[in-house]
Design a protein around this ligand. Structure first.
Ligand SMILES: *Cc1c(COP(=O)(O)O)cnc(C)c1O
Length: 433
């Protein structure tokens, strides 16, 4: 039968279904209509082509999965953090029935950020003075970053405070503009003048509002969160920013709830939501908060890079052990402070409610018993000495490893050159034979 193209008009297409592991899958029908002219060009039969996307080889009636297609035809595959490599080997071991899970040919190369792009100019200037003007050409040099410890506490703290004030000014301006534009009540508009306090411990959470990132975990127990944030001796405040994907209704509802909490009388000076999240907002937030909060549902964070951006600027990470944080977190050791905090633990349960409860309780405990006491412990010059030691540990342990110079070098040696030098055995038994 001669194949005829169908007209691809969006409203007639079913929404993209998603498999449980989050990968796009398509019915054989859809593959027929879009790729029907394709397999003869490749010298394949329809069955062979459909097999390329079938999880269980030889079962072409399964939905066609893009990740399966990619794994079947690629020369090499890697996760984007050590943890993501482990999880990917587990998920995709189904494609390699002859191999033990540990031998599934998916490695990892951890994502890294472009250091100079994400370093605030005020902080970069400090690096110019103390690491040398060519520091940004040597970002993988661990010894170089050790010199962070020689920066006088007062200098790094003063610059950090300037960045924080700048973020607060920007946040007020953005929130005011959004409230005026929506014609909100005069009272809510006047309240912007009191939004956020430059002296208070400030947490940041800015990223896509996908449900798996659990953007509202801090408010799991609203009364408890109110007590912690509005503590009169040790107040805590949070700057949120982010967008949901267009089709992500749960993510949108999460943002709506946050916006409502921003008007709660007990919280309205303490939490702010910046709309229209973009790179500029991301920059100001990763430069200007004290703590970077990251609360993904394990093990769904492939890597996460915003915490790397924050760390470069002396912001301290407080994160669930997932993605990059599994390999970046360092507990304190003799004479060296830890470089951040780990929230909760994996309870090994599929019950999301139970896991959320455990993680929220852990976060509350960390904020009350460790993070706030450390931040508000000042010497006679008003400097939080132990806190600054952690800021420095955050910079010098994270900067040399989680940068794009190291990442690109890893891709060259472990992926690109590897494949060129060693003529690889086909990664998967080729479905074409
Ligand atoms: C870095 C960045 C992200 C990624 O952040 P994650 O921590 O990986 O979620 C998303 N959006 C913007 C604008 C960014 O700069």
């Amino acid at each position: 039968m001669k194949w005829k193209p169908r007209c691809a008009i969006a409203p007639f297409l079913p929404p993209t279904p998603r498999s449980p592991d989050g990968n796009d899958i398509f019915s054989a029908d859809m593959i027929d209509s879009f790729f029907g002219h394709y397999w003869s060009q490749l010298g394949l039969t329809r069955e062979q082509f459909l097999n390329l996307g079938a999880r269980r080889f030889g079962d072409p009636w399964e939905p066609f999965a893009m990740t399966v297609l990619a794994l079947r035809i690629t020369r090499s595959a890697n996760g984007v953090s050590r943890r993501h490599g482990e999880v990917s080997r587990q998920i995709w071991s189904v494609l390699y029935p002859d191999k033990a899970e540990a031998d599934v040919p998916i490695g990892h190369i951890t994502n890294g950020i472009h250091t100079r792009t994400w370093t605030a100019p005020l902080i970069a200037d400090l690096y110019n003075q103390h690491l040398g003007r060519d520091w940004s050409l040597k970002v993988t040099d661990r010894e170089l970053w050790q010199r962070i410890k020689d920066i006088p506490d007062r200098e790094i703290w003063q610059r950090h405070l300037i960045l924080k004030e700048r973020l607060i000014a920007y946040t007020r301006a953005q929130v005011l503009a959004a409230r005026l534009k929506r014609g909100e009540a005069a009272d809510d508009i006047a309240a912007v003048d009191y939004l956020l306090d430059p002296n208070a411990l400030t947490l940041g959470f800015a990223r896509r509002f996908s449900p798996y990132k659990r953007g509202a975990l801090l408010f799991k127990d609203l009364q408890r969160a109110i007590r912690i944030l509005s503590n009169s001796r040790r107040p805590i405040q949070v700057v949120f920013a982010g967008k949901a994907r267009p089709g992500d209704d749960e993510g949108k509802r999460l943002i709506q709830r946050l916006m409502e909490w921003c008007r709660h009388p007990a919280l309205r000076d303490r939490i702010a939501f910046i709309e229209d999240y973009d790179m500029y907002t991301a920059e100001l937030i990763t430069h200007g908060v004290d703590v970077w909060l990251n609360t993904p549902r394990r093990p769904t964070e492939a890597c996460g890079t915003s915490g790397q951006k924050a760390a470069l600027n002396g912001v301290i990470n407080c994160s669930v052990a997932d993605g990059w944080w599994c390999e970046a977190y360092q507990p304190g050791r003799a004479g060296n402070p830890s470089n951040g905090w780990v929230i909760g633990e994996d309870a090994g349960t599929n019950d999301l409610e139970t896991q959320d409860h455990i993680d929220a309780e852990s976060l509350y405990g960390l904020l009350e018993r460790q993070i706030a006491p450390l931040f508000y412990d000042r010497d006679r010059h008003g400097l939080p000495r132990q806190w600054i030691a952690m800021m420095k540990a955050s910079i010098c342990t994270i900067a040399p490893q989680f940068n794009s110079d190291r990442m690109v070098a890893d891709y060259i040696t472990h992926a690109y050159l590897q494949d060129m030098v060693v003529d690889p055995e086909p990664v998967v038994a080729s479905p074409l034979v």
